[in-house]
Design a protein around this ligand. Structure first.
Ligand code: HEM
Length: 526
């Protein structure tokens, strides 16, 4: 203590502080400013020369070391990407911390590059690394390829098809019927559409994955939802670390990463508990039972002989339970929020576009009685209804920046070099609002998706992405949107409570573009 409080200050005072007192600080600050300025100029020159020499796509140079990160985190990243796309064209590049990013806003270029076999990588960020390459969304190589084929085949086998009388349609119908009854009980009261839809959309995926559904007021469902909401907040709070790993070393960030991991573990433990209890249930039965859900199919794979199963070769290298559980986590996270948000936007669009709503009802009245159950059988008789669904997906653009890909070898795209390891971002929102592709893009015109009174989707319309990693749940999403929306329209009309403002289309932008919170009052229709 004596040493700490007496000796050290004396030494400091004598030998160091005198220099500090004597130092010309004005000079120091001036020198620092000059050094900083010189570094910025040097880095810009290097970036400029690199861009020319390597023939990288044009784009903003940003700041040394951090690139364009400050732009993206000072306002909405989406609007910056749109601004740059307008300035630099359909393909431009920028640096975000350590990553070179190439943004593409032409559906044709995207189709070309995302169909290449070496376009299926995913960015290696600290957050992505937490999942260790398990699952589907962030897996790569042969594991991803086999897994994706397997899940697509099993979805089809379970009846996830857009055509009528498929067995999975009944699961969606059960949820819709229960939802309609619940809404009717609270008719004329303001209701939050996110809550009205939440459990039912969740149940559709849970049924497909593990034949399970949450009942009204289930505390487990609330706990699960709380975990997902907290997870999203945590991800948002360390988003910069995706591109700047050093950021994750700042005080407090490690604790956030730890909490994210704990949160993911808790979400996984829910799916894992189902897997374990199914293993117990099937233990004594022979393995040739008829699979009822995705879990059953995975279980069969896990217990087939080493050479017997479709997935054996890839599952052998991974912890099987962990892989199956992460696939379920992925399907849940990719499929729940997207479909629910799309239906919430549809509800809002029908409030904003009254003439369109009247036309939907006119078309519907030619095919079904009011209040009658609308099934996929009626899809072909209701092309306008489907055109409204797609026009909503276009104008609201639910997944505005798709999911980033990474190329695993050097490319030449439109005369530019795209070096291996580049993060590729599809600007779906820019494509959707391109006046050359969609005349008067800010107007809601479902007729743009009709030709001779039949649904017609142009190649440049890619709400579910494009190429090898195109949305795996597209068919399921289209089934859900049609059945939920058509039955809501055939049972209710809805409006914003008096005095509340009708939300605009700006909404909030994260991975998913959501409308600002609003309430609706449902009234029985007609
Ligand atoms: C309106 C609803 C939906 C929209 C707009 C949507 C859109 C997208 C988009 C843009 C992608 C990125 C494609 C890419 O990486 O290039 C994607 C991927 C994916 N989606 Fe969807 N999606 C929807 C619903 C669903 C549903 C219901 C499921 C669940 C079954 C699902 C499962 C997935 C999966 C697993 C991927 C990753 C595919 C892979 O990495 O191979 N999506 N989705």
């Amino acid at each position: 203590m004596y040493f700490l409080f007496n000796v050290i200050p004396c030494v400091l005072d004598e030998y160091i502080l005198q220099y500090i007192y004597a130092y010309d600080w004005n000079n120091f600050f001036r020198l620092t400013a000059v050094a900083l300025f010189a570094t910025i100029i040097a880095r810009w020159t290097i970036a400029f020369v690199k861009q020319i020499r390597l023939r990288l796509p044009p784009g903003p140079y940003g700041l040394p070391f951090i690139g364009c990160l400050p732009w993206l985190y000072r306002g909405s990243p989406h609007s910056w990407y749109l601004t740059w796309a307008k300035r630099y064209g359909n393909i431009f590049s920028l640096r975000l911390g350590n990553s070179l990013v190439v943004c593409i806003s032409s559906a044709n270029i995207l189709r070309d590059v995302f169909n290449k076999s070496d376009s299926i990588g995913r960015p290696k960020t600290p957050l992505n690394n937490l999942l260790g390459g398990y699952g589907i969304i962030l897996s790569e190589g042969i594991l991803w390829k086999k897994q994706r084929q397997f899940v697509l085949d099993k979805f089809r086998a379970l009846g996830v098809r857009l055509w009528s009388r498929q067995k999975f349609e009944n699961c969606i119908i059960d949820e819709v019927q229960e939802m309609v009854t619940e809404i009717a009980v609270k008719e004329e009261q303001p209701q939050d559409p996110v809550l009205v839809l939440g459990r039912h959309i969740h149940n559709v995926i849970c049924q497909l994955m593990m034949s399970y559904r949450f009942v009204d007021g289930d505390p487990q469902f609330q706990a699960f939802n709380a975990l997902v909401t907290r997870g999203m907040q945590l991800f948002g709070s360390v988003h910069i670390g995706e591109h700047l790993p050093i950021y994750m070393r700042l005080p407090g960030k490690k604790a956030v990463l730890k909490e994210i991991k704990a949160n993911l573990d808790k979400i996984s433990s829910f799916h894992e508990a189902h897997l374990i209890s199914r293993i117990e249930m099937r233990k004594n039965s022979s393995m040739d039972y008829t699979p009822e859900d995705l879990l059953d199919y995975y279980l069969q794979e896990m217990y087939k002989g080493v050479d017997g199963g479709e997935l054996q070769t890839v599952l052998e290298d991974k912890e099987k339970v962990k892989q199956a559980v992460q696939v379920m986590n992925d399907l849940f996270s990719a499929g729940m929020e997207t479909s629910r948000t799309a239906i919430v936007w549809l509800l809002l669009m029908m409030i904003r576009e009254r003439e369109v709503a009247a036309k939907v009802r006119e078309e519907m009245s030619g095919a079904v009685e009011p209040g009658q159950l609308v099934t996929l059988d009626y899809r072909l008789q209701m092309p306008y209804m489907e055109a409204v669904i797609f026009e909503t997906l276009r104008i609201t653009c639910i997944v505005p920046l798709g999911t980033a890909h990474v190329n695993t070898s050097d490319w030449n795209v439109e005369g530019y070099t795209v070096p291996a390891g580049t993060t590729l971002v599809p600007l779906i929102n820019k494509i959707n609002m391109d006046p050359e592709l969609f005349p008067e893009p800010e107007k809601f015109i479902p007729e743009r998706f009709l030709e001779n009174n039949r649904l017609s989707l142009p190649d440049h319309f890619i709400p579910f992405g494009v190429g090898r990693r195109i949305c795996l749940g597209e068919q399921l999403a289209r089934m859900e949107l049609f059945i939920f929306f058509s039955n809501l329209m055939n049972n209710f009309d809805w409006a914003i409570p008096e005095g509340d403002e009708v939300p605009g289309l700006e909404g909030t932008y994260g991975t998913i573009h959501m409308p600002l919170p609003f309430k609706v009052i449902f009234k029985k229709w007609p």
